[in-house]
Structure formats: structure tokens, C-alpha cells
Ligand binder design. Structure first.
Ligand code: BGC
Length: 254
């Protein structure tokens, strides 16, 4: 196993995806391997699926995991798009025990943001850069001068009488069968709200809908550039691996 290779795993509401990543270049060294997230997505079942991913790669080294919750000191504090049983679970401990490997876990959007700033569309960008992932929920990673403010959860801002991700996530577009135009206008309102709160210099869009950017980009009327993330659905995996490497060196924010 090469020194600069780490297994990155991205846990999503519908799929668990993994690949071995070269953390120097940000490239995948292997094909991406995906298995469906178990239903219900309780800790034991998900840990078993993650072990399957690890075994698929016959992996014995360091693992980085992006997880769809607020993660503090390895423990999940919220569970919006995953089983509520995760709240209070030490995810790092559970997954280290299940896989027999050292595991570092952070919020999925935070690690995707780390990957985009290191290797993707946010590389070398100064000022306030926000990555929004559009999928089952709305995930966020907020950086200022390249430093991450972890667990920002901007998808859970109070918005339009509810929370933002219940108004403008991709799952809502599908569930309510919204046209791209209707959904795009909603998403524009959300971005305008972020503009009011953060005055971003740049917003990057990740997750499934970032691939459909052409369908709604003309509806976005904000005073900062909005660009799709470059690493697309690999960002979570790459960022998770990168996070594990940074964590090992204990310099996450440098
Ligand atoms: C969760 C976030 C997560 C996002 C994307 C939200 O519902 O609260 O922690 O980053 O979904 O998966």
C-alpha cells in the first residue's frame, strides 16, 4: 500500500461510495465502488456496508469518511437524511471497530469542500467560498481564506416557513415534480438569502444537480460567481481521504 494512498468513503442517503485516492494529486487510484445505503440506515447495518466497501478493496490502512451529519469529535450530533439512531453515536469508534482500520469521520459537505478547495474548482480561491451540495438534502462547507468553518449546516437555515433543504434540495424537485425552472427559481432565492447573510466571493455547487447546471444557471441572479464543482460525485470520496491524511498530521485547518 503506497504511502500517499488512502481509502475515501462517502456515505449518502442512497449510496455508500468508496475508492482509493492518491492524496497528493487528488486522483482516484481505483474505480469507484458503490453499494446502496441500507434501509433503514441504522448504525449497525451501515457499518456492515462500510466494511463491505473496505473488504472490496482489501484495505488495511487509514480510512476517511464523509458522513451526512454534524460530526463533533467523531460523534454524530444530527441525522436529517439518515436514521435517527445515529444521533450520539461515535461514528469514528464504531467504524474503526467494524473495519479494524483507523477511521476519521467528518461532515460529507465539509469533506467535499476540502477536496474542491485542494484539487477542484475552488483551488487558489480567496475570500469567502461556500460549497453547497444539492442532493437528498442541502449540504454546506464554508471557507474563509481557505480555512473551513466545520458543520455550517446552511441547508438547515430557517427559510420560507420551514428549512431551506425542504424547499430547494434536489429530492424536493423530484418529490414535488418541479420543473427545472420552478426549482431553479427556488434555488436562486436560497442563494440570494446566502448572499444577504455571508456576502460570498464564490459559491461552488456539488452533488447530483451540479451536473445539470445548464438547466438552471440563467435563473441565478446573485452578485457573485456560481460555478459547478469540478470533482462532481468524486469530491466526497477525495475529500474524505484528504481529511484523513490532514488529520493524521493534525493540521486540518492549515
Ligand atoms: C445534513 C448535512 C449534510 C447534508 C448533505 C443535510 O440534511 O444535515 O449534515 O451535509 O444533508 O448530505
Amino acid at each position: 500500500m503506497a504511502e500517499d494512498q488512502i481509502l475515501g468513503i462517502d456515505v449518502g442517503a442512497s449510496g455508500i461510495k468508496g475508492a482509493i485516492v492518491n492524496i497528493k494529486t487528488g486522483e482516484l487510484v481505483t474505480e469507484r465502488f458503490r453499494i446502496p445505503t441500507p434501509v433503514p440506515s441504522k448504525p449497525k447495518a451501515v457499518a456492515k456496508s462500510i466494511s463491505e466497501v473496505v473488504n472490496h478493496f482489501n484495505w488495511k490502512g487509514l480510512i476517511g469518511v464523509g458522513f451526512p451529519s454534524v460530526i463533533q469529535n467523531g460523534t454524530a450530533k444530527t441525522a436529517a437524511n439518515i436514521d435517527k439512531k445515529w444521533i450520539g453515536t461515535n461514528v469514528e469508534k464504531l467504524l474503526s471497530e467494524a473495519t479494524g482500520c483507523p477511521v476519521y469521520v467528518r461532515n460529507d459537505a465539509d469533506v467535499a469542500g476540502i477536496a474542491e478547495l485542494q484539487f477542484g474548482a475552488g483551488k487558489g480561491k480567496k475570500g469567502t467560498v461556500i460549497l453547497i451540495t444539492i442532493g437528498s438534502g442541502l449540504g454546506s462547507a464554508v471557507f474563509t481564506e481557505g480555512v473551513l468553518l466545520p458543520n455550517s449546516e446552511l441547508g438547515h437555515l430557517k427559510f420560507k416557513g420551514g428549512i431551506a433543504e425542504h424547499y430547494a434540495a434536489d429530492s424536493i424537485r423530484k418529490k414535488e415534480d418541479l420543473s427545472w425552472e420552478t426549482w431553479g427559481k427556488r434555488f436562486n432565492e436560497y442563494l440570494q438569502h446566502l448572499e444577504l447573510l455571508f456576502s460570498p466571493d464564490l459559491i461552488l455547487l456539488g452533488g447530483g444537480s451540479s451536473k445539470k447546471f445548464d438547466k438552471y444557471k440563467d435563473l441565478l441572479k446573485v452578485n457573485f460567481p456560481v460555478i459547478p464543482a469540478k470533482l462532481l460525485n468524486h469530491a466526497g470520496i477525495i475529500g474524505a481521504a484528504s481529511l484523513a491524511a490532514l488529520n493524521k498530521k493534525k493540521t486540518l485547518t492549515s
